[in-house]
Design a protein around this ligand. Sequence first.
Ligand code: OFO
Length: 171
Amino acid sequence: MISQAMQDTFNKQINEELFSAYLYVSMANYFEHTSLKGFAHWMRLQSEEELAHTRRFVTYLNDRGGRVVLDAIAAPQIEWDSPLAAFEAAYEHECHISACINAMVTQSVEEKDHASHAFLEWFVTEQVEEEANADDIVQQLKLMDGAPGGIFMMDRELAQRSASADPAPAE
Ligand code: OFO
């Protein structure tokens, strides 16, 4: 049975993951609105990954005899100044999520909750990839410095993103 304190932390993280999904849907809509369909596609898949992350946390909490308590999801920003500004915001958000996961790991160690510690390892690794994916695009956008040809090429490249090969476990 999971402790009340750890259950509360997992529920807070479930809200963070749902907000992440919401944020990336909002970014997808921003890109749709600016006719950057490839960027929008990338963000929609990112949002779906966040829902998969949510399902992992929900399944785990239920398996440990915890109670999932859903809270209101904050409204995300809807406008950004440029594709670069949106991806910088995505990168900063992923750094925030990494900090949340790291704090959860610390709590699991302090509570000697080995099951939660083992479960969270997947997310520690995942966050390395999540930060790197957003940062790669930030760096490429910086290099092209707003050149329309570069943005057009990148839009075609981001349209090629396919869904993650590592789906979340069934609930
Ligand atoms: Fe983007 O990793 Fe979950 O939130």
